[in-house]
Design a protein around this ligand. Structure first.
Ligand code: ADP
Length: 433
């Protein structure tokens, strides 16, 4: 189909040829000349069309001829296709951008196992760089277990391995089939999670062990107690022996409940100004019977400062520290409890003993639950292994922390500093653990 412009051009050429033949005669030559002009114009248009076809996303010239009429239809289709591609690319970029903020490594692999894309976590966890895109992942991360995992055909089983790059780190990898042979790989750092699981298992094992010991003792006494052949007085004597293991179980359960409550972070009581001088004197009076001599606690209460906190919890801190000092020192050695102002405006609770002392390498572990320097000795002395864990939690809730200095065979000093209470003292924060 000729366009209107082309029709006018042809008619114009024919009219000019006819006019020329009227004036100069020889219509044949005039028509021949018009045909030559027409063919030359078509050849020029075809050249432009050819030029456009080499870069079809450029706009074709608006020349009034059929060649470009033909070119416009594919040109528009190409434009629509290009717009669709742009939208898809923008969406892809957005999705890839989102994967950047995911803390787990996300890597897409093509059917050959070559990396198509990776996120920031993948760069950090697997030491990948953008230069690795296009390379086979198995050739970049050469851990044999990981390589074998990449080669499996099933997608159900996750892989747990020690990081090939950081020995202390445990990684978990999962693969998902993304269709058309592609795979998405998720890798996450499960070191902290594993540590928590181990801690929970250890805790359950410890509690079971701690409860089993007194229960075994009780069980041992029960049989003769139920034996009617054994005289009454002897059985009464045996019944008396049940008290220590029962007491031990009671203290253990009490400490466990206290610790659980502290760790859960909720306290039914609101902080109140606590008169520490009175509280310390009260604890000393309660504990003095732990020693037959009864005068083994020396008090140095030089400060009147109060502390904003929970009285019951602060009482438990003093009790645990003083009881430990008495428990881990000789009968003849006295224990000194101080409540003194420090140079930097704080007020310090300090418990000094001249007892066993603690080897240096144990110092940063003694506040762990059930951690004992000498398990057998500690159990013999009647500890639950939870006292200092409770102290640590309470102090944290009162914006303080436990400090220990100790010399083996010479004694230990446990101390913690508090902000003295004034009307402007901020309420202590309540961390969740
Ligand atoms: P326990 O109930 O066994 O005393 P704690 O949590 O109170 O548990 O203390 C943990 C460990 O720290 C104790 O088993 C003991 O080995 C050591 N310890 C605590 N206080 C003292 C101290 N004053 N002198 C020597 N060792 C101590």
């Amino acid at each position: 189909m000729l366009s209107a412009k082309e029709t006018i051009l042809i008619l114009g050429l024919l009219f000019t040829a006819w006019l020329g033949s009227l004036v100069f005669d020889n219509l044949g030559w005039w028509l021949f000349a018009a045909a030559v002009i027409w063919i030359a114009l078509q050849a020029q248009a075809f050249r432009r069309l050819h030029r456009w076809s080499t870069r079809p996303l450029g706009r074709p010239d608006n020349a009034p001829d059929t060649w470009f009429g033909l070119a416009y239809r594919p040109y528009r289709a190409l434009l629509r296709q290009r717009a669709r591609t742009h939208t898809a690319l923008a969406q892809l970029r957005e999705v890839l951008g989102l994967t950047e903020v995911i803390p787990d490594a996300v890597i897409t692999l093509n059917a050959n196992g070559e990396i198509e894309s990776l996120n920031n976590a993948a760069r950090q966890l697997l030491n990948l760089t953008d230069k690795d895109v296009g390379l086979r992942l198995a050739a970049v991360v050469r851990d044999p277990e990981f390589v074998a995992f990449l080669r499996t055909n099933t997608f159900d089983e996750p892989l747990e391995i020690t990081s090939p790059f950081r020995q202390h780190q445990t990684l978990e990898a999962r693969r998902f089939d993304a269709g058309t042979g592609r795979t998405v790989l998720f890798v996450r750092d499960i070191t902290a999670l594993n540590r928590l699981l181990t801690m929970r298992q250890d805790f359950i094992a410890n509690v079971s062990h701690e409860l089993r010991t007194p229960l075994t003792v009780i069980n041992g006494y029960l049989e003769p107690l139920m034996d009617s052949e054994i005289p009454q007085e002897q059985r009464l004597e045996l019944a008396g022996k049940l008290k220590p293991p029962v007491d031990r179980m009671q203290s253990l359960i009490r400490d466990l409940l206290v610790l659980t409550q502290l760790e859960s972070g909720d306290s039914a009581q609101a902080p109140q100004p606590v008169a520490m001088r009175t509280l310390i004197a009260q604890v000393a009076a309660e504990l003095k019977d732990l020693r037959p001599s009864g005068d083994s606690i020396e008090l140095e209460l030089l400060s009147d400062a109060k502390v904003l906190g929970i009285e019951k919890e602060l009482h438990s801190v003093c009790t645990n520290l003083v009881a430990n000092a008495l428990r881990y020192s000789a009968e003849s050695d006295s224990v000194k409890v101080s409540w003194i102002n420090t140079d930097n405006g704080q007020v310090r609770l300090k418990v000094d003993d001249k007892g066993l002392g603690i080897p240096q390498e144990h110092l940063n572990r003694i506040t762990e639950r059930f951690y004992r320097v000498d398990m057998a000795d500690s159990t013999k002395r009647g500890g639950t292994g939870l006292g200092l864990a409770i102290v640590k939690h309470v102090l944290r809730r009162h914006n303080s922390k436990l400090n220990v200095t100790s010399k083996l065979g010479r004694g230990s000093t446990f101390y913690c500093d508090f902000t003295p209470y004034s009307v402007n003292t901020p309420t202590p924060s309540q961390p969740s653990n």
